[in-house]
Design a protein around this ligand. Structure first.
Ligand code: 13P
Length: 287
């Protein structure tokens, strides 16, 4: 059931668990995430970066595929289709295409411009029943060409953006997209606690979910994080499972080259990874 992400995240924040945002890249990814959410009776957010949207031939294609798949698989758990790290123009494209949620990443604009653009998009999104995420303080690392320095967000700026009426807020707390370097210092819980205090009841979003140790995930949830984004980890398990299949020569046995067979181990690996994360985040049976 396609819905905005507002209600599921408010419930998560109140119930002290987090809903996973799993980024999708193609049909296999989408099907794996939807079926796992349904199996575990968990709400879920399908994240689509601008790069992934372009790869799938545009947001219109993505929205049509997700809507049709949600119906044909008989998915009854709440599913939000969400633009990840959207540009101003990208937000409008997704609104038009039928997404149920958008993220406007204005973190690289001076705060005044971020405020002006966010205010406008909040009004448009809410007028159409969509939820909207904003970002303060860049998330480190690189995701689909979006490069961030990884600074910690200023709690006062978080409050300023939260007060514009966004539904949930991503704030940099030392998190990084992609695999964490060996010398990573961990999440800044001091920053997270100050932001949580500043924004009141607003659900907070933790980007860069790949590779964050379980105890830090749990502590982040206890300090107001209600949405956790995972992308790279699904890509890594998909690649590893596919490599295993090919290296074992299975694509050369019988009709093992059939894409439905070739991509099956990767598909299963994504299902297992999504299940592991939903259990860790505590969203199982919360649909
Ligand atoms: P990872 O690729 O590090 O899991 O981050 C995902 C993310 O934050 C998407 O916005």
């Amino acid at each position: 059931m396609l819905v905005s992400a507002t209600e599921m995240l408010n419930k998560a924040r109140d119930g002290k668990y987090a809903v996973g945002q799993f980024n999708i890249n193609n049909l296999e990814w989408t099907k794996a995430v939807l079926l796992t959410a349904q199996k575990l009776n968990s709400p879920v957010i399908l994240g689509v970066s601008e790069g992934a949207g372009k790869y799938m031939t545009g947001f219109k294609t993505v929205a049509a595929m997700v809507k049709a798949m949600d119906e044909s698989l008989g998915i009854t758990v709440p599913v939000a289709l969400h633009l990840d790290h959207g540009t101003y123009e990208g937000c409008y494209k997704c609104i038009k295409a039928g997404f149920t949620s958008i993220m406007f990443d204005g973190s690289h604009f001076p705060i005044d411009e971020n405020v002006a653009k966010t205010t406008e998009l909040v009004n448009v999104a809410h007028g159409l029943g969509l939820s909207i995420e904003a970002e303060v303080g860049a998330i480190g690392g690189e995701e689909d060409g979006v490069i961030g320095k990884g600074e910690c967000a200023d709690p006062a700026e978080c409050k300023q953006i939260a007060d514009l009426g966004v539904d949930f807020l991503a704030a940099g707390i030392g998190n990084i997209h992609g695999v964490y370097p060996a010398n990573w210092e961990g999440l800044s819980f001091e920053t997270l606690a100050a932001i949580n205090q500043a924004v009141g009841e607003m659900p907070l979003v933790l980007h860069g979910g790949t590779g964050i140790p379980d105890d830090q995930i749990k502590k982040a949830i206890s300090l107001g994080v209600a949405k956790i984004n995972v992308n790279t980890e699904c890509q890594l398990v998909f690649a590893e499972a596919t490599r295993g299949y090919v290296e074992a020569g299975k694509d050369k046995q019988g009709k093992g080259f059939d894409p439905r067979k070739l991509l099956a181990p990767g598909f299963d690996a994504i299902c297992a990874k999504v299940e592991e994360k939903m259990r860790l985040f505590g969203s199982v049976d919360k649909a």
